[in-house]
Design a protein around this ligand. Structure first.
Ligand code: 5RP
Length: 220
């Protein structure tokens, strides 16, 4: 089974979590794109979606799914998104696609976060995947020095500007045994907009696409 087939099988299984009349929160990335394709088959029973990036919004619209501005929505029952890494406590590194800020906002609003991944994303300790940090451009060098002080190797993402007009610093060489406290530390650096750790708000449900089908687990 290819990695794409595993991603797709997780995306197909996530449809079970979408209810009639829902406004669904939709993530960003190749796994989320498989989910959008599945969501399109269900669009007549949906109210619509809230997108976590401009790219996802345009894909949803191409499939004829109504996209709501988050400010016009009181609540989101379910948010479905991928991850770059996820551990046994359903804490994640996200932002490989650079959409971490809007992903974190939609995840904060959603009652239930359903994370869809292929099995290569499962890790014991977060940090092998470089941690994306969205930064206000004028604070780039200051934030990079602070991140180095925290023990990482900051690398500016080349030729990349986020949907919010900011830059991304990817932090290499981390081993995050206490991800929630690291998330708090990075949040405390002036100039950081968002960091890609989702430990304070982990996923509620993990769907792993794997050889032999999708495995669905609820967070303990
Ligand atoms: C985008 C993300 C994605 O969820 C993450 O990068 C995983 O992407 P993919 O599904 O393509 O492997 O956080 O900002």
């Amino acid at each position: 089974m290819s990695q794409d087939q595993m991603k797709k099988s997780a995306a197909v299984a996530a449809i079970e979590f979408v209810g009639d009349g829902d406004i669904v929160g939709v993530g960003t990335g190749s796994t989320a794109n498989f989910f959008i394709e599945e969501l399109a088959y269900k669009k007549s029973s949906l109210k619509g979606a809230v997108a976590s990036s401009e790219g996802t919004a345009s894909r949803l619209k191409q499939h004829g799914i109504k996209v709501y501005d988050l400010n016009d929505v009181d609540s989101i029952r379910v948010y479905v998104d991928g991850a770059d890494e996820i551990n046994g406590g359903f804490e994640m590194i996200k932002g490989g696609g650079g959409a971490l800020t809007r992903e974190k906002i939609v995840a904060a609003v959603a009652k239930q976060f359903v994370c869809i991944v292929d099995e290569t994303k499962l890790v014991e300790t977060l940090g092998k995947f470089p941690l994306p940090i969205e930064v206000i451009p004028m604070a780039r060098e200051y934030v990079a020095r602070c991140l180095a002080d925290l023990g990482g190797k900051p690398v500016l993402r080349k030729d990349f500007i986020t949907d919010n007009g900011n830059v991304i610093i990817d932090v290499e060489g981390l081993s995050l045994t206490d991800a929630a406290s690291f998330e708090n530390k990075v949040n405390g650096i002036v100039g950081v907009v968002t960091n890609g750790l989702f430990a304070l708000r982990p996923a509620d449900v993990l769907i792993v696409g794997a050889v032999g089908g999708a495995r669905v687990t609820q967070r303990a």
